[in-house]
Design a protein around this ligand. Structure first.
Ligand code: ADP
Ligand code: NI
Length: 217
């Protein structure tokens, strides 16, 4: 099977697998991450097949829906790629991308690094910010029955994971908790440039949001 056929087969497989997925990680999230990853990769020296497969398979099996089992995603991806007879180094690289894409950074030593991981991770993070990121955040908040905003809760209040889980955080808090921090976590220069634009859009959005809230805009 040539590279194009591998990608086409994988697209069909992912579409089918995610047919009933919740809004944040549906096929269209995968599609956007794939397209953005291709765009970023055009300016980098990277293996295009690995980038495409990493993007297409990065949310193939979410540990959140499998009792927190973080090995499920890479395992399901390996089985799929093995069935297409993809060569072992490519399979291993894609597994590593899926395992490490959610790596938070900070002081921890990152156990796996590659240009292809950098690209797919940037593309995934970019989908959490800008116009789409805002839509996803409010969609998630609605799903969790959260308030849009609560003037009594400081928007930049740091909450614990437990407080978040107990539905106490309005969706606006998620911007300060995560979305506004992502522009400083980009790996590639193309990713950083896109993140700056999307970040500025979110800053303007928030200004407009608070203005409308107070009836001033
Ligand atoms: P990923 O798997 O892409 O790292 P998540 O599963 O945490 O991210 O989130 C999926 C989408 O839902 C993202 O757009 C994210 O910003 C949004 N989201 C996650 N947690 C919250 C929250 N507490 N409030 C609002 N949106 C959230
Ligand atoms: Ni994702």
């Amino acid at each position: 099977m040539n590279k194009n056929e591998i990608i086409i087969q994988t697209v069909n497989h992912v579409k089918q697998t995610l047919a009933n997925a919740e809004g944040g990680h549906d096929w269209w999230h995968i599609h956007r991450v794939w397209k953005t990853a291709q765009h970023i990769a055009a300016a980098e020296q990277a293996d295009e097949l690995v980038v495409a497969l990493g993007a297409l398979l990065h949310d193939i099996a979410d540990s959140k829906f499998h009792n927190g089992d973080e090995t499920i995603g890479p395992r399901v991806a390996r089985e799929w790629l093995h069935s297409l007879k993809v060569e072992e180094p490519v399979i291993e690289h894609v597994e590593n991308i899926i395992t490490h894409i959610s790596f938070k950074g900070g002081n921890h030593h990152q156990p796996f690094k590659s240009k292809e991981l950098d690209i797919v991770q940037d593309a995934d993070r970019l989908d959490a910010i800008g116009a789409i990121g805002i839509a996803r955040a409010f969609s998630y908040g609605g799903f969790k029955n959260r308030l849009l905003y609560d003037p009594a809760v400081p928007a930049n209040l740091k909450m614990t994971k437990e407080e978040y889980k107990s539905n106490s955080a309005p969706t606006i808090n998620h911007f300060y908790e995560k979305l506004l921090l992502l522009k400083d976590r980009m790996n590639t220069s193309t990713g950083r440039k896109l993140a700056m634009q999307r970040h500025e859009f979110m800053e303007n959005y928030l200004k407009q949001f608070y203005g409308e809230w107070d009836g001033a805009l």
